[in-house]
Write a protein of this length. Structure first.
Length: 365
């Protein structure tokens, strides 16, 4: 049996990403079998049905429910159960595809899901770039001895203290892993510092130009990874242009560029590409995130503050157009003594993206 005190949390997240069934102990003392909706396989679904004493339910959050039902629903999480037999494709579609109420809710029973452990799991999935939707059912076993024996025979892990597990995941502490001088075309005097968190499988980088970390109140750009913009020069956003402009500014004055693994405002590349499909059909970037069950912006700039502190930096001039970023950095214990707006040219394809940033997210553009 796995508990939150002795498991590697990455195993838990990996099981979700592989679509494997996982058993957890609920606050009521019974055991629940669950799997990730976006990753579940028909094999896992059949096994869950075999071990279940109840019908299989799909859990989605209010943002996803609003999109499917085209209504402003009341409630945080919803449980949807069906009288008919459903397959893994149906479950994946209801959790993340473009669809409407008529496609999915016929013959269904919808209720509010209030269990705290389920709320915590949905939040954990969301912050780890997994579509926040679960398939779950109650386990039909008479006692814990039988439960352990039966689940072990199917290689299903049992996780207890799941609420503590989700709390541990949110407490990120970083260490410097490596650093080296790497001359780049914009500035030969460049050092790259890499960081890792005990509670994270991601890699974070600081690109320090002209000893920017040793300057008083250095220029700092907190840049969220954007593979489509930074590498491919996508015309749908201004990210690549902002990255180049920031490095150009720092090559003259010195500074620190923090490169954060927060693709798509921290929904991940796979989900960003999903959101592009929604945008192609006329939905803006924020509502596309909502349609997938994510927040408008899931980035946590307090992590960037922790990296700056490890570099010995306590006050900065921040390169940003985003007032919320300024607020989060200050709350994270870094003094922002000034801000520098960054203006870049964008393609016509990015017009609505830029309008949404300005009107709905409050960016100074």
């Amino acid at each position: 049996m796995y508990t939150s005190n002795n498991i590697n949390i990455y195993h838990f997240l990996l099981d979700l990403k592989l679509g494997l069934p996982i058993a957890i102990k609920s606050s009521l003392g019974n055991y629940i079998l669950l799997s990730s909706s976006e990753n579940i396989t028909n094999k896992s679904l059949m096994l869950m049905r075999h071990l279940s004493e109840s019908s299989t339910s799909i859990i989605i959050n209010n943002k996803r429910m609003n999109y499917i039902s085209k209504k402003n629903v009341k409630g945080e999480l919803f449980s949807i159960s069906f009288s008919k037999e459903i397959n893994s494709k149906f479950i994946k579609d209801i959790s993340s595809s473009m669809a409407n109420e008529k496609d999915y809710f016929e013959g269904s029973i919808i209720s509010i899901e209030n269990r705290q452990e389920i709320k915590n799991l949905i939040q954990l999935m969301k912050t780890n770039q997994i579509i926040p939707s679960l398939v779950l059912c109650n386990i039909a076993l008479n006692n814990e001895l039988e439960l352990n024996s039966n689940l072990t025979s199917y290689n299903i892990k049992i996780y207890e203290n799941i609420n503590l597990l989700t709390e541990i995941k949110e407490q990120r502490e970083f260490t410097i892993v490596s650093r080296s001088y790497v001359p780049i075309s914009a500035c030969k005097e460049t050092e790259i510092v890499s960081f890792r968190s005990k509670n994270d499988y991601l890699e974070y980088f600081a690109i320090i130009l002209k000893n920017g970390n040793k300057k008083k109140d250095p220029l700092v750009r907190i840049h969220s990874q954007c593979i489509t913009g930074d590498i491919l020069d996508s015309l749908k956003c201004d990210c690549g242009s902002q990255l180049k402009k920031s490095i150009e500014m720092m090559s003259n004055y010195g500074g620190i560029l923090l490169y954060m693994p927060e693709e798509g405002r921290n929904i991940g590349l796979l989900n960003k590409l999903r959101s592009y499909e929604f945008q192609f059909h006329g939905i803006d970037t924020i509502d596309a995130n909502y349609a997938l069950g994510f927040d408008a912006d899931q980035r946590r700039h307090e992590n960037a503050c922790k990296l700056l502190k490890l570099l010995g930096v306590g006050s900065i001039k921040l390169i940003t157009n985003n007032p919320e970023k300024i607020s989060q950095v200050q709350k994270g214990g870094i003094k922002v003594i000034g801000t520098i707006q960054i203006k870049v040219k964008v393609a016509a394809e990015a017009k609505r993206y830029m309008e949404t940033k300005k009107i709905r997210s409050g960016h100074n553009l």
